[in-house]
Design a protein around this ligand. Structure first.
Ligand code: 5GP
Length: 254
């Protein structure tokens, strides 16, 4: 995509100027990174799958009344989104103990938590996205009290909703990461869901076999990463309209 002005390139996405003010085009790359980009690979087709899975989930989340930055998918790798000021926090919601919470708190891996736990991490690659308390968020003014309350309530609603969607197709939603942004409209500002929701940002385990269907396959060198993402897409009924679509494609057009 060279015809649009590139505004930002991240680890998994590129943001281009959108066709109208207040809009951006998000381009989903095939790059996979982990451990603060120490591990990097290109997984052909990952961007196409994440674009479609994220579209599917964002559309359903919007339908239940949670505002999101998603406007519409443009092509295999790109979606039109509302421009927001990203709140510099990652909001993590956990249903099952695994990953960093086990290391931090000495928990046994794979056990259902007493209730969903919402954690905030500061978005800072150099520091490795450290967990922060609401006290830090308030003191350093990373987000206001109303924004924190809104992020927690939206995250818990997204958790209930996505847990149901995934359970219906035999997948356990173990944990996930969300990002939120501020959307300005004159004097008004509202908190809306931003970024993506995909197997890059969720842990998804097959309910029967426990097989990991998410980015942990890349982090832990388990292999079959894009096959697992394609399995998630298939079960959700995403890309049903294109049964013969070759996921391995670098093109932007459908
Ligand atoms: P953990 O803190 O256990 O490493 O991750 C918790 C959940 O948040 C996992 O689903 C993981 O994929 C997601 N997550 C945490 N940090 C990041 C991040 O920087 N990028 C992405 N895409 N997901 C993250």
């Amino acid at each position: 995509m060279s015809r649009r002005k590139k505004l930002y390139e991240g680890k998994a996405k590129i943001l281009y100027e959108g066709p109208e003010p207040g809009t951006l085009v998000a381009h989903f790359k095939d790059d996979a990174t982990a451990f603060n980009a120490e591990k990097h690979d290109v997984l052909e087709g990952k961007g196409v799958l994440n674009n479609r899975i994220s579209e599917f989930l964002m559309v359903h989340i919007a339908q239940m009344g949670i505002p999101t930055h998603f406007i519409r998918r443009l092509n295999m790798r790109e979606q039109l989104i509302h421009e927001v000021e990203i709140i510099p926090l990652e909001v993590i919601c956990r249903n099952i103990s695994t990953g960093s919470i086990c290391k931090r708190l000495g928990l046994t891996d794979g056990e259902r938590l007493p209730r969903p736990i919402v954690e905030f991490c500061l978005k800072n690659d150099e520091l490795g996205d450290p967990v922060v308390a609401e006290e830090h968020i308030a003191a350093f003014n990373w987000a206001g009290p109303q924004e924190v309350e809104d992020m927690i309530s939206m995250t818990l609603r997204v958790n209930d909703f996505l847990s149901g969607i995934f359970a219906a197709v035999g997948i356990r939603l173990v944990d996930f990461k969300l990002e939120f942004g501020r959307q300005y409209d004159g004097d008004m500002v509202r908190t809306i869901l931003a970024d993506e929701i995909s197997p890059d940002s969720c842990r998804l385990w097959d309910i029967v076999s426990g097989k990991k269907l998410d980015k942990d396959r890349f982090r832990k060198d388990l292999g079959g990463v894009t096959d697992a993402y394609a399995e998630v897409a298939r079960r959700l009924g995403v890309m049903k309209d294109q049964p013969n679509l070759k996921v391995i494609s670098n093109g932007d057009a459908e």
